[in-house]
Each structure stands twice: as structure tokens, then as C-alpha cells.
Design a protein around this ligand. Structure first.
Ligand SMILES: Nc1ncnc2c1ncn2[C@@H]1O[C@H](COP(=O)(O)OP(=O)(O)OP(=O)(O)O)[C@@H](O)[C@H]1O
Length: 451
């Protein structure tokens, strides 16, 4: 597609030179104007770039620039001027002009290079926008946060509420429950999705570096600060910042964070320029922050500021059948990646997964599933292919979606397995009649596995 360039230059001879030079690239479609008025009259054609002579007969270049900006806030504008004063150039650049070129013999070549640079920049921006859109689709709640349990549906309801406004969000949940996945999904489904999602893990950064990491620093602010560096808040400006493991933040840094959130501005370490912030804050912790406040480890005022909309992620063991849905999802992903075909789980493998308490939650299930695929034969994961890292594999896990009768069956099953299917020993251990067990076996409520 042609790249449309408007050249506004009152000197027809000079305008023609610039137009001729640029038209050497057949992709450029050049239109020349000799007055600001003529250019404004044709702006509806949506040029990709405009070059403006600073001294036009009917309007100064900066005035025309401002008028263009009102209509197209992001179209790149190059001002070409006979003025060599640095202050004129600086003022124009401050106004938002993309480039400033002084008229001399080199102008046409400088313009050629400037257009190439700007064009590259525009296509990069478009690419980023496109990728963000894609990510947005990828992060639509139900596509990335797999599961259908009632407990998870409650999380979706809260997330729907979160994306409607820019309210701060606090996500709590055990390790591996998907706190970061939730934070990303909120960002990519909210108004802020056009800008960055920046994640910072408080527990992963050495204490003495957190301040400059979050708020940035000026050159020479401390030993090792060899150049100015933007902080994570600046990077996330206009978007969302995700502060993971917020409870690990040092008390002195808590007060600095509070100041930034209250003032909605950040000052880089060693600097004094105030940078205005418009960022959605999402925090996460596996600790109970209210308890941390009571213990004196977390500032109460900061706690109230960051709590915003609280979202509690249930542990995997409280999501019932989601364990199997997730296992299938991870298995399909892994199989696709490794070109393995369709993977199945045996009945016993499913039971084993459902009975386990998953201290490492979804992250652990993913690892267990992938290992299961590697270990299994003929694309069927059997109980023996499933290995748990936790030592508590024999723990009875009590899912809330089961009835008392089903729990009874589980308990009897558990004891039967322990006693090598010895009904008498099981009845004795549980202090129930053996006929109860035989009846349950007969009615198919309990299956006695052949050992
Ligand atoms: N409901 C889900 N559906 C699909 N994948 C999930 C789900 N929940 C978590 N995951 C996956 O599990 C892994 C752990 O998730 P995540 O890092 O978001 O957990 P976390 O709670 O932030 O963990 P930590 O507390 O250790 O930082 C990731 O690979 C993530 O993609």
C-alpha cells in the first residue's frame, strides 16, 4: 500500500526538489501544498506523514502543526526550516514534532533518512498493537484460565467486575494457583491493554535494588548507575503493573510505594523530575495480608490502598473436576508441541489425580501431566505413570462437590487398597459391618481393583 506524504512548502522550486527526491521510492505517494490552508483542506485524505516549512505565508509551521495534531494526534510531522537556532528546534520537538531539519544542501538526504526511520517506527508500533490485540484475544478469560468449577466461576465474576474500571486488584492464592495468569487476563481485557503489562516479583529482586527497579534512577544516582534508567512504573505507564509477592516488600519501601500511589507520580532515584502516572496496580501474594498487617509486617495504610478489588484464587484441590479438565488441556498442549497425537488418561490415572491434594496447584499438575506423557506407553497415561513430588500422596483429599455417600465410598476404597482388598480387615479398621462393604461392592459403588 502506498505511503502518503504531504509536503507543505511555499517555495515551489524547493518543494519540487523534496518531492522529486522522495518520489524515487515508488512506494511513496507525494502531494505538495504551498499554503497551510490548502494542506488543512486536504487533511481528510489521512496522510501517513507531513513535512511542514516553518515559515509559510498564511500560518507559522508550529501553528499548522498544532492544527494537524488536533485532527490526527499521532501522524508524524517533520518541520523543515531555515532557522538554525537550537531553541526553535527544541521548542518544536517539545511540542511533539517528530523531527526538525534545517534547510541546506544535505536536507533532501536527511529527509530521506528521517522518513525511513519514521516509517520503520510506525510499522513497529502497528506490529506491537497487532500483537497486543492478539494477546488480548489469547487472554480472554475462558480461553486461558481453564476450568468450569463453581469456585473458578466466582473468580471470573470478580474479574468481569475488575475490567470495567481501573480499580486496583489484589489477587491472593497459594503458589501456582494462577495469580499471574489472572493479572494478565485482567490487563488484556481492560482499557489498559493498549499499553504495557509489567510484572515485578518482589521476592526475586535483591532488597537494595528494588527501589531503582520500581522507580528508576538518574545517571550517577549511586555507584553503578552509569546511565538513566526508567523504572517499572514508568514502563507500565498507561498500562498495568503487577507486583507479585507484595508481602515481601520491605517496610521502608512500603512507605515509598505508598507515596507513589497517593501522589500518582514517581521520581527517579537521584532525580527530581515528577513523572505523572496512570497505571492500574495489580498485586498478588500467597500470604494473608491482613495477618501481615496485624503482625506489623505490612503498613495498614498501604494495605487499604492496594486491596482494591480482592480476588481469591481457590487452590486446585477445591476445584473438583477442573483437575481433569486442566490435565487434558496440558496434555493436549504438550502432545501438540511434541507431535505425539491424542493422549488419554486411564480411569485409575484420573482417580489418582482427583485424590491428590496438589500443594503446588496448577503448576504442579502441569509438570505431573507432562511427566506422565513422557512415561506412558501408547499415548495412555496410567496411574503408575503419574508421579507426585509431594510426600503426602496418601492423604485423603476431601473435595466439596462430593456427597457424603461418595465420601464414604472414597474412605472405604482407601482402606481396601491399604489392606490389599481384604474386606474383613477393612471392616474391622473402620468399625463397620463387612456386609456393608459387600453390599456396596455388589451395587457397584465400590470397585475392588485386582492387585
Ligand atoms: N486456570 C488455569 N488454566 C491454565 N493454566 C493455568 C491456570 N492457572 C495456572 N495456570 C498455569 O500454571 C502455571 C502457574 O501459574 P501462575 O504463575 O499464574 O501462578 P501464581 O499463582 O502466580 O504462582 P506463584 O505464586 O508461584 O507466583 C503457569 O504455567 C500458568 O500458565
Amino acid at each position: 500500500m502506498a505511503y502518503t506524504i504531504f509536503i507543505v512548502e511555499d517555495d515551489p522550486w524547493y518543494g519540487e526538489i523534496l518531492a522529486y527526491h522522495l518520489s524515487l521510492n515508488p512506494d511513496y505517494k507525494i502531494t505538495r501544498f504551498e499554503t497551510a490552508k490548502d494542506c488543512l483542506a486536504k487533511l481528510s485524505a489521512k496522510p501517513d506523514l507531513i513535512t511542514i516549512d516553518f515559515s509559510l505565508p498564511d500560518m507559522k509551521g508550529d501553528e499548522l502543526f498544532k492544527k494537524v495534531r488536533e485532527i490526527y494526534p499521532s501522524v508524524p510531522v517533520i518541520i523543515i526550516s531555515a532557522q538554525e537556532e537550537v531553541s526553535v528546534a527544541v521548542n518544536l520537538l517539545k511540542l511533539g514534532v517528530t523531527d526538525y531539519l534545517v534547510k541546506d544542501e544535505a536536507t533532501k538526504d536527511l529527509l530521506w533518512n528521517s522518513v525511513i526511520r519514521i516509517k520503520e517506527n510506525q510499522s513497529l508500533k502497528k506490529e506491537v498493537e497487532h500483537l497486543r490485540e492478539e494477546l488480548g484475544q489469547k487472554y480472554s478469560f475462558q480461553k486461558t484460565i481453564i476450568g468450569q468449577s463453581e469456585n473458578l466461576k466466582r473468580v471470573f465474576t470478580m474479574m468481569e467486575k475488575a475490567v470495567k474500571t481501573n480499580i486496583n486488584v489484589s489477587v491472593t492464592g497459594e503458589t501456582g494457583t494462577g495469580k499471574e495468569v489472572v493479572a494478565k487476563a485482567i490487563h488484556y481485557n481492560s482499557e489498559k491493554r493498549k499499553k504495557n503489562f509489567v510484572a515485578v516479583n518482589m521476592a526475586a529482586i535483591p532488597k537494595e535494588l528494588i527501589e531503582s527497579e520500581l522507580f528508576g534512577h538518574e545517571k550517577g544516582a549511586f555507584t553503578g548507575a552509569v546511565s538513566r534508567k526508567a523504572g517499572k512504573f514508568e514502563e507500565a505507564n498507561g498500562g498495568s503493573i503487577f507486583l507479585d509477592e507484595i508481602a515481601e516488600l520491605d517496610l521502608s519501601l512500603q512507605s515509598k510505594l505508598l507515596r507513589v500511589l497517593q501522589e500518582r507520580e514517581v521520581i527517579r532515584v537521584g532525580g527530581n523530575e515528577k513523572i505523572k502516572l496512570d497505571v492500574r496496580l495489580i498485586v498478588a501474594t500467597h500470604k494473608n495480608l491482613a495477618d501481615e498487617v496485624k503482625k506489623g509486617n505490612f503498613r495498614e495504610d498501604l494495605y487499604f490502598r492496594i486491596m482494591g478489588l480482592p480476588i481469591e484464587l481457590p487452590p486446585l484441590r477445591e476445584r473438583g473436576n477442573d483437575v481433569l479438565i486442566l490435565a487434558k488441556h496440558f496434555a493436549d498442549d504438550f502432545a501438540k508441541e511434541n507431535k505425539l497425537g491424542n493422549i488419554q488418561f486411564s480411569k485409575e490415572a484420573k482417580e489418582k489425580l482427583l485424590k491428590y491434594h496438589f500443594p503446588g496447584n496448577v503448576r504442579e499438575l502441569k509438570a505431573v501431566t507432562e511427566l506422565g506423557i513422557v512415561m506412558c506407553e501408547d499415548n495412555e497415561i496410567k496411574a503408575d505413570d503419574i508421579t507426585f513430588t509431594s510426600t503426602k500422596t496418601d492423604d485423603l483429599f476431601i473435595p466439596e462437590y462430593k456427597t457424603l455417600r461418595q465420601h464414604t465410598c472414597d474412605i472405604i476404597n482407601h482402606y481396601l487398597k491399604k489392606n490389599s482388598n481384604d474386606v474383613v480387615a477393612t471392616a474391622k479398621a473402620l468399625d463397620i459391618g463387612k456386609s456393608t462393604i459387600y453390599k456396596m461392592i455388589q451395587e457397584g459403588e465400590i470397585e475392588v481393583a485386582n492387585n
